[in-house]
Design a protein. Structure first.
Length: 135
């Protein structure tokens, strides 16, 4: 006995991959902030930056975890996975826009903004919504 193979729309697969990449970027950025906050790498001159660096670092790692959970649930075609993925992607767009406002249009910041915006676009494609049971 074998179950029929269900094909996933390309847009859903792309959105899942993009969410996984976004999660990895958030985890890497969070881990880097936590390492910098320890002071072992002399990058942050001000001790006043310790608290915000730790808070943003931990927040980024938590957001990475949510991104990976949402991507897994989206891959399984769950409506809650689509909703969680959309929330994570919108938070990613907001974070990227904040980074553009603060750091300027540096290449990594622009890439992050493009990846998160593309994720939102692929999540809103009708085939992705249908596959997740939204439309």
């Amino acid at each position: 006995w074998s179950l029929p193979v269900q094909t996933r729309p390309i847009a859903l697969a792309v959105a899942t991959v993009l969410l996984t990449v976004i999660g990895a970027a958030f985890a890497l950025g969070g881990a880097l902030l936590l390492v910098l906050a320890t002071g072992r790498i002399p990058f942050l001159d001000s001790l006043d930056a310790f608290g915000p660096a730790v808070m943003v670092g931990v927040g980024s790692i938590v957001l990475a975890w949510f991104a990976w959970l949402a991507a897994g649930s989206l891959w399984r075609r769950r409506a809650r996975g689509w909703t969680a993925s959309l929330v994570v992607a919108i938070v990613g767009v907001a974070a990227a826009l904040t980074a553009v406002a603060n750091a300027g249009a540096q290449s990594l910041v622009v890439v992050g903004l493009l990846l998160t915006a593309l994720t939102v676009a692929f999540l809103l494609v009708p085939s992705t919504r249908r596959a997740a049971g939204i439309a």
